[in-house]
Ligand binder design. Structure first.
Ligand code: GLU
Length: 458
């Protein structure tokens, strides 16, 4: 058992962002890698902006991504409460301690942290007033990822606002001390706060934890940072689009970290084994939506048929492609056939619709392309009497019909493939034609071919 304690400390003021999920994940991975503890602490001191709804989104999203926490909301622990809104007494006590030590003072209704160092009064051009500048000794941040960063604070800072609300810097440090956090793993945007935090640790007489500031996530294109408003930035979106959580999680792991063994798609157990904080990149990570979709597709296709059907059937039900009257066995066979070609669960209803209804749309673009090199209606007309005479639509039967018609009409046997595919599915691609025909059967094949001829000859 390791003494390592990491924490994820979200403020529930908005939906759960990809960047927050990645921060949580790196904390979780590191704790699991070393056999330490992963703590969830809710930083909800800003009463106006925190809501129960956003808290639920965070908890659900963490669970959805398979990140369990050892201490925190709903599971408890020895260092609670885990909501900052319930820790007011701790903060008061700690502020008192700082005041007693001469490291905090009241001014203009707020409570300020006093830096140590020589002071001088200077005119601040930006604030347009005289301020007191402090020549404090620079603090050294020995960041696990960024390396050595030196920074000096030069002004006292507020730790309790005029309205009595304690400020982020104070509560964050007080809780990390109280919860015995050994590693603070957070976004690089917090690096600029860390010198203040280290000053607080020093004032409390406590050795600071190790800091690891993880790189920013850039948008798919350009140099901009991913923001909450960007498309695809919310975990919620992937949940509602039925992405596989394991795929999303695997993808998030690679935003700033590369597995040592060269595989990009790998089981979480292997990631836990390989993940180490010191290997996290300094360079910014790029969020590539297409790559995320590709991961999801790979995960889907790797599922056993039963698991795929178990996930897919409710999605088809929601889209009204199937209902309780649809034959269970038929659903299973269709899904087993389509799994290797499926791109995503949210596009699956449109992809498999024709197995369950005769009313399916025709892919206009694909059809126009086919018409340039062949005469699909003529080919289908030739197919009708053969299909009428046939006993079944087994692969051997269909191949024999194609051979016979090809020879008789001076075209290639394969010229019947795409026209027949369009007639029965409306699509240029999909699973194997033979398999489709066997599933829908001779009757439906024939009636669809006839309907296709009728529609296209108008
Ligand atoms: N509540 C802060 C945030 O959401 C936590 C920062 C930290 O991890 O120290 O950014």
């Amino acid at each position: 058992m390791s003494e390592v304690r990491t924490r994820f400390a979200p403020s529930p003021t908005g939906f759960f962002h990809i960047g927050s999920a990645r921060t949580a994940l790196f904390n979780w991975l590191y704790a699991r890698h070393v056999g330490g503890k992963f703590v969830l602490r809710i930083e909800d001191t800003d009463k106006e902006r925190n809501t129960k709804e956003f808290l639920d989104v965070i908890l659900e999203s963490l669970r959805w991504l398979g990140m369990d926490w050892d201490e925190g909301p709903e599971v408890g622990g020895n260092f609670g409460p885990y909501f900052q809104s319930q820790r007011g007494e701790f903060y008061k006590e700690k502020v008192r301690e700082l005041m007693d030590k001469g490291r905090a003072y009241e001014k203009d209704g707020a409570i300020w942290f006093r830096l140590e160092g020589e002071r001088e009064t200077v005119y601040d051009d930006f604030l347009k007033k005289e301020i007191e500048r402090v020549h404090a000794t620079p603090v050294v941040i020995d960041d696990v990822i960024r390396g050595r960063v030196e920074r000096a604070e030069d002004r006292d800072f507020v730790i309790v606002r005029g309205n009595g609300e304690p400020v982020f810097h104070l509560v964050n440090v007080v809780d990390d001390i109280a919860m015995k956090i050994t590693h603070v793993i957070r976004g690089e945007d917090h690096l600029s706060n860390t010198s203040k935090h280290i000053e607080l640790y020093k004032a409390f007489g406590v050795e600071p934890p190790k800091f690891a500031h993880i790189p920013l996530i850039l948008k798919t294109e350009g140099a901009g940072k991913m923001s909450k408003r960007d498309r695809g930035a919310l975990i919620e979106e992937y949940r509602s689009r039925h992405f596989m959580p394991a795929a999303v999680r695997n993808f998030l792991c690679l935003l700033g970290w590369t597995p040592k063994d060269g595989r990009e798609i790998l089981p979480i157990e292997d990631i836990i084994e390989q993940f180490d904080l010191c290997d996290v990149h300094q360079a910014n990570a790029r969020f590539d939506e297409r790559k995320m979709a590709f991961f999801n597709q790979e995960y889907l296709r790797a599922l056993p048929d039963e698991s795929f059907a178990w996930l897919a059937a409710p999605v088809l039900g929601e889209a009204n492609v199937i209902d309780e009257k649809t034959n269970e066995d038929y659903i299973q066979r269709v899904l087993a056939l389509c799994k290797p070609k499926a791109h995503a669960l949210d596009t699956l209803p449109a992809f498999v619709n024709y197995f369950f209804t005769d009313e399916f749309p025709l892919d206009e673009k694909g059809y126009a392309k086919l018409c340039k090199k062949s005469d699909p209606v003529a080919r289908c007309r030739e197919l009708v009497p053969e299909l009428e005479a046939a006993q079944d639509v087994a692969p051997a039967t269909i191949d024999a019909i194609f051979e016979k018609l090809g020879a008789a009409n001076g075209v290639k046997a394969t010229d019947y493939f795409s026209p027949l595919r369009f007639a029965v599915s409306g699509q240029p691609g999909g699973p194997g034609l033979h398999e489709i025909l066997e599933l829908i059967g001779r009757e439906r094949t024939l009636s669809r071919v006839k309907k296709f001829i009728e529609k296209m000859s108008k």
